[in-house]
Design a protein around this ligand. Structure first.
Ligand code: 5AD
Ligand code: SF4
Length: 448
């Protein structure tokens, strides 16, 4: 590669999960600290960071087509300097370097604190790859949080030791690590000072977080949540994603006792057949999952439930898929994500016998999504008539319209004299499949 002038503007394009969104924000902060400014909408960027996801489908192929579009002037007039970050970078770093000469940096999710040095090398004409892991040191090396929206993310835990047989995360994000308690409390305070009213604690296995509090006592996620609830100015706490095996009594109790902990639980089940769950190495049964939900609902009766599902895991029969539908019928999720099984290179399921035909998966996914959409709409309908607080997150499509989230993570829109970051009390008036219309209660503006 030829030496080049240092980039003046950048764009970070994040794909996939919320942790990638968090990582993307942190990379943006680092680049800003180096004096590079975010490119305005519609303007060419001198540096593009593709922050990739490897969890499903042909994510890697998509990256090559994105790189092609960037270099051939289809996305912007001038070809930018390109960095590939995220889980595809981790899994296929060498291959990307060999296949895509236009890429000057490949940086894994545990190594992106070294992006500024890699950038200096790229300017000098040298390509570099850094996919070292794990690196909890990354967080210490990142700049302080500055400007942030009202709903912020905070990564508390990374990696996964569960090894579900379909999943690439234990390979791309590595073993489970928990960030230290004191760092998290400090970062949460910084986020609140920077304007956050709501914090979502993130981790591939967030419920496996553990640490030592300021008194030297071992605490789990519930202990962390209770202490974060004491941070002045923080109004709402959420967490995602949990695994049924790590949900303890303390977390269930916190849902009943901590007002700032929102009544929402994302607890993936993946399938409704015990045989499939065993083949997935999920370590829970349908029965144990349902009993767990019962305990959460007893602690917090208005809890909204969310889940993840995979259809067409190798060997899944029609009858086993029907069991997934009956589980859905029993739980009545407020929202959920559902996917066709996608073989991930290097995972045990990718080489299992009886891979399910694509057409069969298509039909199963359609049926499952119809059931999940029906339940989501029903949940929204059942909310009509409720009064609740909404955190105003952004302007709506039409002038005077605002969008925010209910405690149950529903999108709510309304008109009124409010500002982004306000917590407003609203009456929920009308439900659609994906959002609710509301009206602001007179004199109900509360600045938490
Ligand atoms: N194929 C399809 N879906 C997958 N997920 C994880 N790995 C795969 C895969 N190989 C889904 C799971 C997980 C969510 C984040 O992505 O449902 O909970
Ligand atoms: Fe993947 Fe299973 Fe770990 Fe979730 S718990 S990240 S699905 S291996």
């Amino acid at each position: 590669m030829k030496p080049t002038t240092p980039p003046r503007t950048f764009r970070v394009k994040s794909f996939g999960c919320q942790m990638n969104v968090y990582d993307g924000e942190r990379m943006a902060e680092m680049l800003a600290q180096k004096g590079i400014t975010p490119a305005a909408d519609g303007e060419d960027a001198d540096l593009v960071v593709l922050n990739t996801c490897h969890i499903r489908e042909k994510a890697a192929e998509k990256i090559y087509s994105d790189i092609g579009r960037l270099t051939k002037g289809k996305t912007q007039k001038k070809a930018p300097m390109i960095a590939v970050a995220g889980c595809v970078a981790q899994a296929e770093g060498e291959e990307i370097m060999a296949r895509a000469p236009a890429v000057s940096m490949v940086v894994g999710p545990q190594a992106y604190h070294r992006l500024p040095e890699m950038l200096d090398r790229a300017v000098a004409g040298e390509r570099s790859t850094d996919t070292d892991m794990p690196a909890i040191a990354k967080f210490a090396a990142l700049p302080e949080r500055r400007k942030i929206g009202p709903a912020a993310f905070l990564t508390v835990q990374e990696g996964c030791d569960k090894f579900c047989t379909y999943c690439v995360v234990p390979y791309t994000r590595g073993a489970e690590i928990s960030r230290p308690y004191s760092d998290l409390v400090a970062e949460a305070r910084k986020l609140v000072e920077a304007g956050a009213k709501e914090i979502t604690l993130l981790g591939q296995n967030v419920s496996a977080w553990s640490g030592e509090n300021d008194k030297g006592h071992a605490v789990g996620l519930a202990g962390l949540i209770r202490d974060l609830a004491k941070v002045d100015g923080l109004a709402r706490i959420r967490y995602t994603t949990s695994h049924p095996a790590d949900m303890d009594d303390a977390l269930i109790a916190a849902h009943g006792e901590v007002d700032k902990l929102m009544p929402f639980l994302h607890l993936p089940v993946q399938a409704g057949s015990d045989r499939v769950l065993r083949a997935m190495n999920r370590s829970h049964t349908v029965e144990s999952y349902l009993r767990l939900l019962e305990r959460f609902r007893a602690a917090r009766p208005d809890l909204a439930l969310s889940g993840d599902f995979i259809v067409g895991f190798p060997g899944e029969t029609d009858a086993e898929f029907e069991e997934t539908l009956s589980l859905v019928g029993e739980v009545a999720y407020a929202q959920a994500f559902s996917f066709k099984y996608s073989p991930r290179p290097g995972t045990p399921a990718a080489t299992m016998d009886d891979q399910v035909a694509r057409e069969v998966m298509d039909v199963r996914l359609q049926r499952l999504q119809a059931a999940l959409n029906r339940d989501q709409h029903a949940f929204n309908e059942a909310s009509v008539g409720r009064t609740c607080e909404v955190l105003v997150e952004r302007k709506g499509k039409h002038p005077g319209q605002w969008l925010g989230k209910s405690p149950w993570l529903q999108s709510v829109w309304f008109e009124g004299d409010v500002a982004i970051g306000d917590l407003v009390e609203v009456d929920l008036l009308e439900a659609g499949p994906n959002s609710l219309r509301a009206s602001v209660r007179e004199g109900a503006l509360s600045l938490a």
